[in-house]
Design a protein. Structure first.
Ligand code: PCA
Length: 213
């Protein structure tokens, strides 16, 4: 099975992005039976979706997992839903700061991930690492790419499955901050468990993964 995993370049003044570091580690040491290619995406609205689309065209994968950094989250967040909105609190790496603009004008308000999100969360936990379902990927470039992927699947690639996982800071990013972190190696192990599970699971688990707020 062919898998494309993406991570992002650093943004917001950071010098590394653990999503890319972990994604490249997964491609170097892939789960058994999976042929994994890692691609680094620019943290730039529009450009990131174009880069993702050209990687999908080139590789023709069966599964796509996009990942990004969500500093402050305590574990891997398997995203359930992508929203059709760009609303940037900070400029992207090209200085763009869209406010309340649709990603695809006239497109659906939202798409669900086409991965078994609950089974993926359980797989990470079974590996002894923290994970949860997340009900929103935000409105910055990660949600933008997730929506772009879901729209590509919905409109052009019905057999492709894909989703998005947000990852915590790596330890060196939080030495002066009171925020949770996970080693890049642990993040990669969790992403590997997600890929292995998504590759073999067609029907998701029916276990609670919701949030009250
Ligand atoms: N995280 C940002 C964009 C790039 C990244 O790694 C986000 O959550 O939107």
């Amino acid at each position: 099975m062919k898998v494309l995993i993406t991570g992002f370049e650093p943004f917001g003044g950071e010098d590394t992005n653990p999503s890319w570091e972990a994604a490249s580690l997964v491609a170097a040491e892939p789960p058994a039976g999976l042929d994994v290619t890692a691609v680094e995406l620019s943290c730039v609205y529009g450009v990131a979706i174009a880069e993702l689309r050209s990687a999908v065209t080139e590789l023709d994968p069966d599964l796509v997992l996009c990942t990004g950094q969500a500093g402050g989250r305590p574990g891997l967040s398997v995203e359930r839903v992508a929203l059709n909105i760009d609303d940037a609190r900070i400029p992207d790496n090209a200085g763009n700061q869209p406010v309340d603009e649709p990603i695809v004008p006239g497109g659906p308000v939202a798409y669900f991930a086409s991965l078994p999100v609950k089974a993926c969360v359980e797989a990470v936990r079974a590996a002894g690492l923290p994970a949860s379902v997340s009900q929103t990927a935000g409105t910055f470039v990660c949600n933008h790419v997730f929506y772009g992927l879901a729209h590509l699947i919905a409109t052009q690639r019905p057999r492709l499955r894909g989703g998005f996982v947000h990852v915590p800071y790596a330890p060196h990013q939080v030495t002066a901050e009171d925020a949770p972190s996970m080693s890049v190696r642990d993040i990669a192990a969790g992403l590997g468990a997600i890929l292995a599970t998504a590759a073999r699971t067609a029907t998701d688990l029916k276990v609670a993964g919701g949030a009250i707020h």
